[in-house]
Design a protein around this ligand. Sequence first.
Ligand SMILES: Cc1ncc(COP(=O)(O)O)c(C=O)c1O
Length: 351
Amino acid sequence: MDPIPITRLPVSRLSTVDFEDLPFGKVFADHMFVAEFEGGRWQNARIVPYGEIPTNPAISALHYGQSIFEGLKAYRNQKGEVQVFRPYDNMSRMIRSAGRLCMPAVTEDIFIGGLKALLELDQEWVPRQPGYSLYIRPFMYAIDEYVGIRPSDSYRFIIFNCPVGNYYTAPLHVKVSDRYVRAFPMGTGFAKVAGNYAAGMLPLKHAREAGYDQLVWLDGKEMKYIEESGTMNLFFQIGNTLVTPLADGTILEGITRDSILGLAVEAGLPVEVRKVSLDEVVAAYDRGDLKDAFGTGTAATVAPISSITVHDRRLVLPAMEDRTYSTLLGRMLDDIKTGKTQDTRGWIMKI
Ligand SMILES: Cc1ncc(COP(=O)(O)O)c(C=O)c1O
């Protein structure tokens, strides 16, 4: 790919940011990468100062939701170098999401090339404090100026970055959603499409008002099987076995989920990927066999769950000091992301 033209921000905003106090997703690095898909190919790749972009009111992204996104992170390793965790997997998932919404595939030049160039320029925005990272948000939306329901011919792809701290600071209280579902068979659950999140906002608002951190979604057909929670995949330790719901079209297949599964197998833990019914989890709890439960996601990392409310019943999980799986697996993952453990799987892309 030709070198990406860069328009620099005349004076970096770095010195205006308090890196000790980083609210999630509200602080933006100096620059962003932008490219357009027009005439059947990606073009006009450029890096410009982070900021507003002109938006025609007729674009289909605004009316019909032809819009997809990704989320990944860059960390500092032990030597202070910047490394990105599994960016090629995010690119592949974005291509799958694009396919579902009739959008063009991003190319490696655009996704990985754009990301590398942007991070080279904004390296100093990757926090140095333990537990902090740079959250990377690639997204794509339809930009045809046409009020009619058909796939757009033109799209814009953007990457911007936010230095962030922890998404959740304490173990989570979650509630099983019994009035709404997130996804249903043959829908868009597996894809990271904007509309999935819009549809979850009202149920989440109700849950937050009732004092819960997140909702656990059940399957959309029978409301019997556990799917995922917020922007996290779910894991349960039942007896000695680590169990996670099968991702068969209605669950977003998390890259953290895949990483945790790999690490669990490597650590010699018994692992099962299969349908997990709510009844099974409640029965395990009643037998005293529900030892651990946690969510996994790029933003949330490994987030322990302290209680699960099922209708009016609250299942209280063991105290954190009695949990072994979430602690072990969370640490193994962090050590790879931050370079304490050598990456033997090709998960790390150094900048
Ligand atoms: C609905 C949903 N499930 C699960 C995840 C976890 O995916 P990942 O581990 O790739 O961040 C996310 C976040 O991207 C999500 O939005």
